[in-house]
Design a protein around this ligand. Structure first.
Ligand SMILES: [Fe+2]
Ligand SMILES: [Fe+2]
Length: 285
């Protein structure tokens, strides 16, 4: 695995700061080193890192774990991928290149894009949490999902909050995304995510262009679901003690909190996507 010095060098190159304390916390003490590299601890330690060092520190923590993982297992992953590719070719099966399951992580270039757009630290932290949750949900689904679209769509869904905190932040984000050259499938996710996909009538009531914002792709629904799960998990009243509980009690909590459900119509849509996505997880180990 890379040394502490190597991690510091990478952090300094990316942020101008060395994040010495952070890297030492992860690596230095042999008694805690394994636990601090445990990827199942990422939600817990991620929250801690964000609180202590802000979104940039959270990003450096994730990068540390990611770089170590690649150093340890990168060659294994390549060997497995080659063996699978060779076997598919031997049996004449065309590999599926569009649908990459579990093959996407958070893009640091997209985090930079959000920061350059002027997104507040609080919103950036939320965006990273939503992206991690969306990738987690998508990775557990027993259905073809475009992981990169899920990861990027979730990370960028609130891009428009750099311009507006209102209901128009979806439209503002999509517009900004288009000027930045983001692909249409991403700007669509950004535009549609507000209130779980508004009907033209609801849009007009909120002062937005009359348009059907209903999500059609599963990736769009996953981003909406992860956004709401993240709101439940990070609710200031401490509604749940972990991510699994947020999924288990999703319907009950959403029905009880108007500030979370945003009205009957959005509530009904959230419950529908929850059912659909959870249904696609069934049958998985
Ligand atoms: Fe939003
Ligand atoms: Fe959001």
């Amino acid at each position: 695995m890379p040394s502490i010095e190597k991690h510091i060098e990478v952090s300094r190159g990316r942020t101008g700061k060395d994040y010495l304390e952070l890297h030492e916390w992860i690596d230095k003490d042999p008694a805690t080193k394994v636990e601090r590299h445990d990827i199942t601890k990422i939600p817990e330690y991620g929250k801690m890192m964000e609180k202590k060092y802000g979104p940039e520190g959270l990003q450096e923590y994730l990068r540390h774990i990611h770089d170590d993982f690649n150093a340890r297992f990168g060659h294994v992953k390549e060997d497995v991928e080659k063996a699978i590719g060779d076997t598919l070719a031997y049996f004449g099966v065309k590999p599926d290149t569009d649908v990459k399951k579990n093959a996407y992580g958070i893009s640091t270039a997209d985090i930079d894009l959000l920061r350059r757009a002027g997104l507040a630290d609080k919103d950036l932290g939320h965006s990273i949490r939503v992206a991690l949750k969306a990738l987690d949900v998508a990775g557990r689904m027993n259905a073809p999902v475009h992981m990169e679209l899920v990861g990027r769509g979730a990370l960028l869904h609130d891009l428009g909050k750099a311009k507006s905190k209102g209901f128009d932040h979806g439209i503002a984000g999509a517009e900004l995304g288009r000027t930045l050259g983001l692909p249409e499938e991403l700007t669509t996710i950004i535009e549609k995510h507000v209130n779980a996909g508004l009907t033209p009538e609801e849009a007009v009531e909120l002062g937005l262009p009359a348009k059907d914002y209903a999500p059609t792709r599963i990736e769009e629904k996953i981003v909406i679901y992860a956004d709401k799960l993240s709101d439940i998990v990070s609710h200031p009243d401490g509604l749940v003690s972990n991510d699994a509980e947020a999924e288990d009690r999703f319907a009950e909590i959403l029905k009880a909190y108007p500030a979370l459900n945003k009205g009957d119509k959005p509530l009904a849509r959230h419950l529908k996507y929850h059912e659909e996505i959870q249904g696609l997880m069934k049958g998985k180990a």
